[in-house]
Design a protein. Structure first.
Length: 270
């Protein structure tokens, strides 16, 4: 009630007002804030950018997370240690991760220095151009999310009965056939968890963008969550930012529930 329902209800109420902390009173404006959402080109741009990052990060995190989990699926001390180390990026604060990667991706950073050592370009502006900045953000967020995906897939792989693999070998199934017919169906619930949590986490992405690019260059790497906070605490548009928050909540919940429903049906078919 205190930490979920009240803030949600308060935000919903503010979305129907012109609340500004610099003004003593606020006025009820009905659906005007929501109507303004459709005329806000900047908001549309942030939605497009957010959806792009969500799709890329979800795909990359799940593909590499599953690959790492398969590589580390051994019950020895060294592999247990490596599985623990893989999870480290998820434990670190997003702000800390962004500061580390910003020092790597600057023009005088470690990445350009390494490229120069092998005879490649040494002055690439990884955070200074639209495409490269977007790529950098996707790479950093994926690096963090892969850690969580790897742990979930590793746990899912531990639940697969070895007898199923033995039976598949007896039937003459090769490595790919065993993966398709045994591994994928058995880890389907873990895949559902990973996909949905990646979607939800990336939709509310703020801290990495704030530190890494600050929404630049020219506001081209602003997520919807970043724009929401800027509208609230820079422009003092609490009413309008609350409407953005309700839109983001509805969009995230709708996509998350739809993906969950589709993946649950896929689990049944498998």
């Amino acid at each position: 009630m205190l930490f979920l329902l009240y803030p949600l209800g308060r935000s919903l109420f503010l979305s129907f007002t012109d609340r500004n902390p610099l003004k003593a009173d606020s006025t009820f404006v009905g659906l005007r804030n929501y109507a303004d959402l459709f005329d806000d080109d900047r908001l549309l741009a942030t939605l497009k950018f957010t959806l792009l990052v969500v799709v890329v990060v979800t795909l990359v995190a799940n593909v590499f997370g599953l690959a790492f989990a398969l590589l580390l699926n051994r019950d020895t001390r060294n592999y247990r240690v490596m599985r623990t180390l893989v999870f480290v990026p998820q434990v670190l604060s997003g702000v800390i991760v962004a500061f580390i990667w910003r020092s790597i991706l600057t023009q005088n950073g470690l990445l350009n220095a390494a490229l120069a050592q092998v005879g490649l370009t040494s002055d690439t502006a990884w955070l200074g151009s639209t495409n490269l900045a977007t790529l950098s953000i996707c790479a950093v967020v994926s690096w963090m999310t892969i850690a969580f995906a790897t742990v979930v897939y590793s746990a899912a792989l531990r639940t697969v009965p070895p007898e199923l693999y033995e039976a598949a070998r007896v039937d003459g199934a090769g490595a790919f056939e065993r993966f398709r017919a045994v591994t994928l169906p058995m880890i389907a619930p873990g895949m559902t968890i990973n996909v949905v949590l990646c979607l939800i986490t990336t939709f509310k992405l703020y801290d990495v963008i704030a530190v890494l690019t600050g929404g630049g260059p020219a506001n081209t790497t602003q997520s919807t969550a970043y724009y929401l906070l800027e509208a609230a605490f820079t422009q003092n548009l609490f009413g309008y930012s609350s409407a953005i928050a309700m839109l983001l909540l509805a969009l995230t919940a709708g996509i998350a529930y739809t993906v969950t429903f589709l993946l649950r049906r896929r689990e049944v078919r498998l």
